[in-house]
Design a protein around this ligand. Structure first.
Ligand code: SF4
Ligand code: SF4
Length: 413
């Protein structure tokens, strides 16, 4: 039986991703998963949107190609490379992303055995979530049920809402496109959304994960951050432990990545790295502190739920803006906003950029993630938000009472 607690950390030397992937899989004895011939294998990369490999938003084609070549050694019947990218309402969105990311070309190069296909172009199945934390069921591809082996191929990126996107978050892509926006609207707080992410992960629960840390992303991830040439490949079986390891490497506080707690609670893996056998490089030797995105998840995560939800939705609420120099009025942001919080400029005949409705916005950051021109900006005007919230009203009232009391004391003493 396969030992689930092994994690390999492998350096990529001289851009030789192929060797790093093969060595990492050798270290964890991954060939034990390939027990029979003619298997159907599903590879799930991160295919956020139509961005080029050098923008570091999607799983690097060199990583995907190396994994395809590794699987091919075991005479599979079929290898599927599938995802459902963000941007639910335009036709061919995932195809465009597959082409821009270089994954389409890699699959063509690897021949007929490999099929590159959007999840939404495959047969649909409704999956029930066992012991759901938030999400009871969702539609996805029949491949989650019918593949003999699911290999998760996430990328290390910071994330404006969840702090980190890697193993657990990557399986959000198994939700078909329009349902992603619906999930954001249905679970508007960080707690509820990350619990739902864990529910989604639990349905596919990939048997093997190979992480693209070759070209990672820091700062304003997952779509508009800065590429980081981390030159690492990680491989293992426990997605929770792998995400925890990535937190250690990037120095992202584990407590800020809320789905890890839920993953452990659901029995999907461990955050206790003492239970893990590390092979290859040591964490200490490959550490590199990542710039975090500007967001409120980390702050609210340490507070009681009710207070955290209130503060995150008011005082720390991000304001969405649009850079008129970059915006080409393509419509991606308003077509994909799950709660119709963005209108095209002509609706109010005002300005030449989209119009944001603060009251409707649930700060899911879909617009920021999906804008092809990086024209969506985020700001958190804490002082202004506080003044215009109940929190500010109470604080101002308290200060007024305190000022009056001090005034009376000074007068009468
Ligand atoms: S902000 Fe971005 S997504 Fe929205 S219309 Fe402008 S270019 Fe398109
Ligand atoms: S405006 Fe942007 S951040 Fe706000 S709900 Fe719409 S897509 Fe999400």
């Amino acid at each position: 039986m396969i030992e689930r607690k092994k994690i390999a950390i492998q350096k990529v030397a001289d851009d030789d991703v192929h060797s790093a992937v093969f060595s990492a899989l050798e270290l964890i004895s991954a060939k034990e998963l390939m027990g029979k011939e003619e298997m159907t294998v599903l590879l799930k990369p991160n295919l956020l949107s139509a961005k080029k490999p050098e923008q570091a938003a999607t799983t690097h084609p060199k990583v995907v190609q190396a994994v395809i070549q590794w699987v091919k050694q075991f005479n599979p019947a079929k290898i599927y490379v599938c995802d459902s990218s963000g941007g639910g309402f335009k036709p061919k969105t995932t195809e465009l992303a597959l082409k821009a990311s270089g994954l389409w070309a890699v699959c063509e190069e690897e021949g007929e055995l490999v099929e590159c296909v959007p999840f939404e172009a495959t047969e649909r199945v409704i999956y029930k979530v066992e012991n759901p934390l938030e999400l009871t069921e969702f539609p996805s591809s029949h491949l989650l049920r019918d593949a003999d082996l699911i290999i998760n191929l996430p990328k290390i990126k910071t994330h404006g809402q969840c702090t980190l996107t890697c193993c657990i978050k990557n399986m959000f892509g198994t939700i078909l496109r329009t349902n992603k926006a619906k999930a954001h609207a249905q679970f508007p707080t960080l707690d509820r959304f990350t619990a739902a992410l864990t529910d989604i992960y639990s349905v596919s629960n990939p048997q093997l994960t190979i992480i693209d840390g070759y070209l990672a992303m820091e700062g304003e991830g997952p779509g508009s951050g800065d590429p980081v040439k981390l030159d690492l490949i990680l491989a293992g079986y426990d997605g929770v432990a792998l995400d925890t390891t990535v937190c250690q490497i990037t120095e992202i506080p584990v407590n800020d990545v809320k789905y890890l707690k839920f993953g452990e609670q659901k029995g999907l893996g461990t955050t206790d790295l003492n239970k893990i056998e590390f092979l290859g490089e040591k964490i200490e030797d490959v550490k590199r502190k990542f710039k975090l995105p500007k967001h409120i998840g980390a702050i609210s995560a340490r507070l009681p739920k009710a207070i955290a939800d209130y503060i995150s939705n008011t005082v720390f609420k991000a304001h969405i803006g649009f850079d008129p120099q970059k915006c080409i009025l393509c419509g991606t942001c308003w077509e994909n906003c799950p709660v119709n919080a963005i209108d095209p400029p002509e609706v109010r005949q005002k300005g030449n950029t989209p119009i944001w409705d603060k009251k409707k916005c649930i700060t899911c950051f879909c617009c920021h993630e999906l804008c092809p021109e990086n024209a969506v900006t985020l700001k958190i005007p804490i002082a202004r938000n506080a003044i215009f919230s109940w929190f500010g009203v109470v604080a101002i009232g308290f200060l007024a009472v305190l000022g009056t009391a001090i005034g009376l004391l000074v007068k009468f003493l």
